[in-house]
Design a protein around this ligand. Sequence first.
Ligand SMILES: [Zn+2]
Length: 91
Amino acid sequence: MKAERNIAGLSCSQVLASLTEYLDGELAPDARAALEAHVSACEHCARFGGVFAAAVRGLRERLGAATLATDVGARLKTQLDARLARADGTS
Ligand SMILES: [Zn+2]
């Protein structure tokens, strides 16, 4: 099967190999940006079967909703800070 594409400096197999690291937040920011750019543009990755397709679909949905991992992190930190502030205030 010769459906490999090279988008944003990554081949499909490189994207799939890095996907779990991406989902775990372990990729460097530039590697993450390249992976996001590839998945945004690559139909092959979107159609790839099995677990990877589900993961990629989830990633595409997040990108489509313009909620990047950094936004999620910021929201979590805000909630944590609020919780910590409440805990401090009542003591
Ligand atoms: Zn691809």
